[in-house]
Design a protein around this ligand. Structure first.
Ligand code: TRP
Length: 363
């Protein structure tokens, strides 16, 4: 059994720093380390449609944005298969078979889906497709026999559900599917990066995102307007570091070498934090460091994006080729699934012979 890395994102907007620290950065590291048999990264447009049925244009427009974000972060189509979910009908078929292996009560217990239903005011208007998306996600993963899924912690319930489906399927029909594991970010502050306003999550709907494609001017405006410690009014006041978004971002993004380069008064982030706590360190100075750190992270991404933006048809061609290739793998798994479920009637010589025998006496 091989090592298969697989993950994806819903194309509902451009990707932001939360996506980057939560999963994108890790994907590129994994890809470049090369310790895998296959790697798939995909655009989950069918999943995006489960809560955007009336706004397909939003999903359609964001396919290219997500693809450009992937490529500009360093996802390399020569090492990693990039594809579009809805262009692989096998995934939908697999979802339909898995639906029989999951109870409504089990889906209702999924904490991520529960929170999303609340956030979207879906209490009385919940689309069946949205409710079932964890099942479709299990199909995404298992169709490629994914073993490692780099993702944020909000995806853990989906992985748990996937493993249950795999065990149920293999128990009933025989060993075909493979149980996947989640690969969470190593740095605990990266598990869920807060928004620039200090709210628990960076999210497009909250308007508190720093996008990977933000211009240097937008980045500066956003960093300078970031939430800090509301009690830290004067530079001389002692300040709080915990819950201070600027420091949270420094925890997530700064490296030891940034201090001599951008904040030579401090040997390390800990020293800077101590000064802030004691008082005498102003927010602007800390924000300037963060801006330099983020600019260093985002500048090469922005530059690569500009290159890919020059030839958009080529980016669609990358997706088309990747989708074609991915489909072969999914089709192979589906063929094994149909065999195991014994719904491969036309290839089932034994069934045909048996049915013929049953009726042969009657002629
Ligand atoms: N749920 C993921 C998101 O919200 C997207 C996704 C769909 C996914 N299928 C997946 C992620 C399979 C990992 C594996 O962005």
């Amino acid at each position: 059994m091989g090592k298969v890395i697989l993950t994806g994102d819903r194309p509902t907007g451009k990707l932001h720093l939360g996506h980057y620290v939560g999963s994108l950065k890790r994907r590129v590291e994994l890809q470049n380390a090369g310790d895998y048999d296959k790697m798939f990264v995909f655009i989950a447009d069918a999943q995006a449609l489960t809560d955007n049925a009336d706004n397909p244009e939003k999903v359609r427009q964001n396919i290219i944005e997500v693809a450009l974000d992937y490529l500009s972060c360093g996802i390399d189509p020569n090492k990693c298969t990039l594809f579009i979910q809805s262009m692989i009908p096998e995934l939908t078929e697999l979802t339909f078979y898995y639906m029989n292996l999951v109870t409504v009560a089990r889906l209702q217990r999924n904490p991520t889906v529960k929170a999303e239903i609340q956030m979207r005011d879906f209490e009385n208007t919940l689309p069946v497709g949205f409710f079932c998306y964890p099942i479709s996600q299990a199909a995404d993963i298992t169709a490629f026999k994914g073993t490692i899924v780099p993702a944020g912690e909000d995806q853990e319930p989906m992985l748990e559900q996937t493993r249950e489906i795999v065990r149920r399927f293999n128990g009933i029909y025989g060993d075909v599917l493979v149980e996947p594991e989640i690969l969470l970010p190593e740095n605990s502050v990266c598990l869920r990066l807060p928004g620039t306003d200090g709210k628990a999550k960076m999210s497009k709907s909250l308007g508190n995102c720093i996008y990977l494609s933000d211009s240097p001017e937008d980045l500066k405006k956003k960093v300078m307007g970031m939430f800090t410690d509301p009690g830290h009014l004067k530079v001389s006041d002692p300040g709080k570091v915990e819950g201070n978004t600027v420091f949270t971002y420094l925890d997530a993004f700064s490296k030891p070498e940034h201090f001599p380069a951008f904040a030579p008064d401090y040997a390390s982030l800990d020293e800077m934090k101590d000064h802030y706590r004691r008082g005498g360190l102003g927010d602007v100075k800390v924000k300037k460091l963060l801006l330099a750190v983020l600019e260093e992270t985002l500048a090469p991404i922005r530059e690569r994006r500009k290159e890919f933006e020059k030839d958009i048809p080529a980016v669609f061609e990358i997706l088309r080729k990747g989708t074609e290739e991915a489909r072969k793998t999914a089709a192979q798994t589906l063929s094994e699934v149909r065999d195991a479920m014994k719904i491969n009637y036309f290839d089932d010589a034994e069934l045909i012979a048996q049915q013929a025998g049953k009726y042969s006496g009657k002629i």
